[in-house]
Ligand binder design. Structure first.
Ligand code: FUL
Length: 485
């Protein structure tokens, strides 16, 4: 996907007077911020879950683990990041501290860190190694810092919040640009808590005082998006299955949402008051951490492709978890699966079957070439088709460059102007009956909609936009034939 900022070509077109006389449509409802627009372009990135759990065979550490158990035998940040790259993932978010409280970096605020482990004789810093490898490979780096800490004696007291914020500052200051900060809402209550071994309930509406913690991120990493169940920049999609809702709106009424509590995240709200798009999380294995017992349960490239369609194909981003093993490397079978998945995506999306098509629109805003239908097939999401303000229901007809066979349709709205389309239908022209046949109905579109359909051969396709909140925009239209695994 190309950047969403106004392109030079777009500007020149307006400047030379070929077009540009017509003002663009006004934005509709809640619209994305600049940092959210940049985030939308990422599409997919990796989660990496690695800590003492990898060595104790747990998913949630108790907090009483000795630092000595953390001892990867052959750690390679390069191998992990090379896998992320081979999988076509744009970034990596590392569990710098999971619920057990063990820190993968030598935090000056804690004794429970990698500095006390045998790894590199206590001289190691995994956050440094991973963030450096990411920077070298052109992969964006993000952090996960669990608010729930089952190790800390003062968890539940005000001093813990100071501790948490100090750690956040360390991570946001010392490891280069951070693209996303992941605030996990999970809290199971019980823990080691410095030896107390008890259950501690916090009031998660007040205890963490999130607005003041988020300010630290804004101040130190203004481009980073803040993820939690309820935003404020990116919302959890409400399940860990890699399935966004249908429809899935980037907008939602999020009043009263916070990490640990939120509602109807899978769908969001049409015309919701805030732009808080979804992030869909899933692990390539059943667990988030590596367990040898799950070596045969790695998701196949075809399963990952289906997850891609149900997440990125519904306007959310996808965060796919990879779990380094006890060596500190992504296991071979996981590498093979993600590499093959990326090959399938490349084979599918490298060949857009609308190439060379002529596009007719029932209405073009101001009859201005700046908004003509050709912009939906120019491969540039900075340019878009738009209609006059009083025209909502409208059609685009694609005369393909000869008969084409496809089973996947791609649609994308022009995000800076908001999510405007509510309902559309797709038809193909059947040359035998000499008639249009409807083959798909679509509700939300947003950043991207991928619509799987039966295999269709035709030389004409029609998009009917039936209902919108306001005159529609469309930045992209594509037809693809899905690669087989
Ligand atoms: C959850 C955590 O409890 C899991 O361990 C994992 O980190 C997942 C991504 O988020 O809330």
């Amino acid at each position: 996907m190309k950047p969403l900022l106004p392109s030079l070509a777009f500007a020149l077109l307006g400047f030379t007077g070929l077009s540009g006389a017509t003002p663009p449509p006004a934005p509709y409802g809640a619209v994305p911020s600049a940092r959210q627009l940049a985030w939308h372009q990422l599409g997919t990135y990796a989660f990496v879950h690695f800590t003492v759990n990898t060595f104790t065979d747990r998913e949630w550490g108790l907090g009483d683990e000795s630092e000595k158990v953390f001892n990867p035998s052959d750690f390679s940040a390069e191998q992990i990041v090379a896998t992320v790259k081979a999988a076509g993932l744009a970034g990596l978010i590392l569990t710098c501290k999971h619920h057990d409280g063990f820190c993968l970096w030598p935090s000056r605020y804690s004794e429970h860190t990698i500095a006390k482990s045998p790894y590199r004789n206590g001289q190691g810093d995994l956050v440094r190694e991973i963030s450096d490898a990411c920077a070298k490979a052109g992969i964006k780096f993000g952090i996960y810092l669990s608010p729930w800490d089952r190790n800390r004696a003062d968890y539940g007291k005000p001093s813990y919040i100071e501790y948490y914020r100090n750690q956040l500052r360390e991570l946001l200051t010392n490891y280069g640009p951070i693209f996303e900060v992941w605030f996990d809402g999970a809290n199971g209550g019980d823990g080691y808590y410095g030896g107390a071994r008890e259950t501690r309930h916090i009031d998660n509406t007040t205890y963490y005082d999130w607005p003041n913690t988020w300010k630290i991120v804004r101040e130190l990493q203004p481009n980073a998006v803040l993820f939690s169940d309820g935003g404020p920049d990116v919302r959890w999609i409400g399940n860990e299955k890699g399935r966004a809702g249908d429809p899935c709106w980037a907008t939602i009424n999020a009043d009263g949402f916070f990490p640990g509590h939120a509602d109807h995240l899978e769908t969001g709200d049409r015309d919701g008051a805030s732009w808080i798009p979804g992030e869909s999380d899933i692990s390539i294995r059943p667990g988030w951490f590596y367990h040898a017992s799950e070596d045969t349960l790695v998701k196949s490239p075809a399963e990952l492709f289906s997850v891609y369609l149900d997440t990125v194909g519904r306007g959310t981003n996808l965060i796919l978890n990879l779990a380094p093993d006890r060596r500190g490397r992504i296991p071979d079978q996981d590498v093979a699966s993600v590499t093959q998945w990326q090959r399938m995506r490349k084979e599918t999306f490298d060949k857009n079957l609308v190439a060379g098509a002529k596009v007719h629109a029932t209405n073009v805003r101001g009859n201005d070439t700046q908004f003509s239908a050709v912009h939906v097939v120019d491969g540039d999401r900075n340019t878009y088709w738009a209609t006059d303000d009083d025209v909502r229901a409208s059609k685009l007809i694609f005369e393909l460059d000869g008969p084409r066979t496809f089973d996947l349709v791609q649609l994308a709205e022009y995000l800076p102007l908001g999510q405007r389309i509510w309902e559309a239908r797709l038809d193909y022209f059947d040359s035998i009956s000499e008639d249009w046949k409807e083959f798909a109905a679509v509700s939300s579109i947003g950043a991207q909609r991928l619509v799987p359909c039966p295999i269709i051969s035709t030389s004409r396709v029609r998009l009917r936009i039936l209902r919108c909140g306001v005159a529609p925009t469309l930045a992209d239209f594509g037809l693809f034939l899905r690669a087989r695994p």
